[in-house]
Every structure is written in C-alpha cells, then in structure tokens.
Design a protein around this ligand. Structure first.
Ligand code: NAD
Length: 339
C-alpha cells in the first residue's frame, strides 16, 4: 500500500478527485491534509469518510514542523498538492494569504518531501526511488490572451493577479527542485473548472444560487470575458494520468477546448432553469445585472491541450453543454429545488 499525501482535498477539485482516485487505485491510501479554511467543507467527502484507504488530517501546509511530523509518521511515497487560496477576488482584497499558502506552503511540502526522499541532488533513497510530487496549478499563470492564440506549455509566464502570481511562484519553485535536486516532479496547469462541490462564491454556483433565489445575477463588466471551461472530473482524470505517467520535470496543460464567454454561460444556465424550474412570470435572463468589472480582469484564457492528449492519451469526456446539465442538477439538489 502506498501512502500519498493529498493536500486541500476538502476543496472543490480535491473533493471530486479523492473518491474518483480511491475507487480507481486499490493500492493507494490517501491522507487528505486540509486546513478547512472557508473554502474547505468535509460534507464534500461524506461518500468516502469511512473508506479504509482514506484518512483526514486537519492542518496547515505553512506549518513546517507539523508537515515534517506528518511525513515522518506516514512515510509518504507521493504528494498530490491541491491546497491553495484560489479565489481571484479574495486575492485582490487580501493578497497576503495567497503568498503565504501558495508560495510558502508549496515550498514547505516540496522541501520536506525532498529531505525524506533524497540523500542529496539526484540521489533518491532506495525505498522512495519512484516517489513523485504532483503540483496542481492553473492556466492563469500565463496571463491573458487577445482574440486568438492558445496557452502552450512553452508560453511565457505573465501572471496578472496576486492569485496567479502566487501560483506562478509556486510553479517556479517546483521547477527549480527538478533542475537543482533532480526531484521527480510534475505540474499540471488547468483551465477554469466547473461541476459539483464548487464553493458558492464562484461564477457558476453564484449564477444558479442567485437565479433560483430570484435575485439579481451579477456579471462583471460586459460579460465578454472568455474562459476555457473544463468539467471537474475531466481535470481529475488528467491529474491521475499525469501523476502516474507524466515525465518528470514536465508540465502539462489541461483544458477542454470549450471556450465560452460569461454571457453564454449565464444564458445557458438560465435556459436550463427556464425548462427545469420555470418562473411564474418572465425568464431567468431578466435577472442578469452587469456590475463594475474586477480590476485587472483577464480577457481571455484558452488552453492548447495537445501535449497531454498526444503524449499521455488524455481527452475530455464532457463538453460544456453536457457538463453544465449535470452541474445544474447537482446544485438544484444542493439548494433543495426539486424539479
Ligand atoms: P478550493 O479553494 O475550492 O480548495 C482549496 C482547499 O485548500 C480548501 O479545502 C482549503 O481549506 C485548503 N487550504 C487552503 N489553505 C490551506 C493551508 N494553508 N493548508 C492546508 N489546506 C489549505 O480550490 P480548488 O478550486 O479546489 O483548487 C484546487 C487547486 O487547483 C488549487 O491549487 C488551484 O490553484 C488549482 N486550480 C483550480 C482551478 C479551478 O477552476 N477551480 C483551475 C485550475 C487550477
């Protein structure tokens, strides 16, 4: 049995990843380390909490001595690192927590793993010789695109928000541990995720929540910002694949080739709600309200996922139109609106 440290598993993507990975990988035991910030919710993991190959530990990745004790206790064979401060708006109002968790926290994990796994540069302890550190990152590190073009793994980093800058910093530390110490690391940079278990503050849950409460649905600026939307389970499958078969030191972009602007997103969700839970009068679209744009709001993100598709055989199973139907159903159930 291999013990894997998974960080941030009570958040959106981690809590989708854990049940999927445990089901698919009978020889792994996942230890989920999560601080349970406002973004973490153990209710997201009810389905797995009694599984014998799952352990939850509450703690902070920034606490070095605690992290070292945990590595000593479990002798982790691998790390899959999701934990982060992840909401761009919060990074504008309070950037410090982002630098602390995303940069210092990532460094603590990497450096503790290095000390357990390696005797020195390019010299792994025999019992950890295939041990891997998988870093989960974002396409936001590449900055923003104009109307054309795609982010490739070779695109220069140009982060624009404190969130993306802190993730870019963490990516660079991971990169340096490969080049300096020969540590076995892989980084995946993914586009915007959507799906079950996402925090209410994010765009798609906000649209659904406001719509069914018959409140104004806030959309930044003119609603024309474009994101490349990926169903969360497709991201989880990409992480599993890169973790198990990616080449050490490489980065892999993961994206759905599903570019949609915010106007399209809100209109599609309103149309689904018009069918599933019709209003007595009017349409959900009547609730759409444009609000002052986010400072430094990136215009367009789009991923070229050819590398992970061609080299590792990944492909997205959902497109936006199939994934959003499943997502709306999940939130209607969460918000207890029966169709
Ligand atoms: P999330 O905010 O939903 O979850 C983050 C989790 O990390 C929470 O459970 C939180 O309690 C935990 N956490 C925060 N600080 C911690 C600390 N100091 N110590 C331990 N745990 C801590 O985030 P998410 O959307 O699930 O994103 C997970 C990862 O994927 C992040 O690294 C993010 O940058 C990356 N990512 C997210 C998206 C997306 O669209 N959501 C896209 C690409 C990449």
């Amino acid at each position: 049995m291999k013990y894997v440290l998974l960080t941030g598993g009570a958040g959106f993507i981690g809590s989708n990843f854990i049940p999927y990975f445990i089901e698919n990988n009978p020889h792994y035991h996942l230890v989920n380390l999560d601080l349970l910030t406002y973004a973490g919710d153990l209710n997201n993991l009810k389905e797995i909490e009694n599984n014998e190959r799952y352990t939850f530990v509450k703690g902070d990745i920034c606490n070095r001595s605690f992290i070292e004790e945990l590595f000593t206790k479990y002798q982790f064979h691998d790390v899959i690192h999701f934990a982060a401060e992840s909401h761009v708006d919060n990074s504008i109002s309070g950037p410090e927590a982002f630098i602390r968790t995303n940069v210092l926290g990532t460094f603590n994990l990497l450096d503790t793993a290095r000390k357990l796994w390696m005797n020195g540069p390019n010299d792994y302890n025999e019992s950890f010789k295939n041990a891997r550190f998988h870093h989960v990152s974002t396409d936001e590190v590449y900055g923003t695109l104009g109307e054309t073009g795609l982010f490739e793994e070779t695109t220069a980093y140009a982060p624009n928000s404190p969130y993306s800058a802190s993730k870019a910093g963490s990516d660079m530390i991971v990169r340096s541990y490969f080049h300096t110490y020969g540590m076995n690391v892989v980084t995946t940079n993914c586009s915007n995720n959507y799906g079950p278990k996402q925090h209410n503050e994010k765009l798609i849950p906000t649209i659904i929540r406001k719509a069914i409460a018959c409140e104004n649905i806030p959309i930044y600026g003119d609603g024309k910002n474009v994101r490349d939307w990926l169903y969360v389970l497709d991201h989880c499958k990409g992480i599993e694949l890169a973790f198990k078969t990616g080449i050490s030191g490489e980065t892999y972009n993961i994206g759905g080739r599903n570019e949609r602007n915010n106007l399209y997103i809100v209109d599609t969700i309103c149309e689904i709600l018009n069918t599933k839970v019709p209003l007595k009068e009017g349409k959900y679209q009547d609730l759409i309200t444009f609000v002052k744009d986010r400072p430094g709001h990136d215009m367009r993100y789009a991923i070229d996922a050819s590398k992970i598709e061609n080299n590792l055989g990944w492909k997205a199973d959902e497109n936006f139109e199939t994934g959003i139907l499943k997502t709306v159903d999940w939130y209607l159930e969460k918000f207890k609106v029966l169709t």
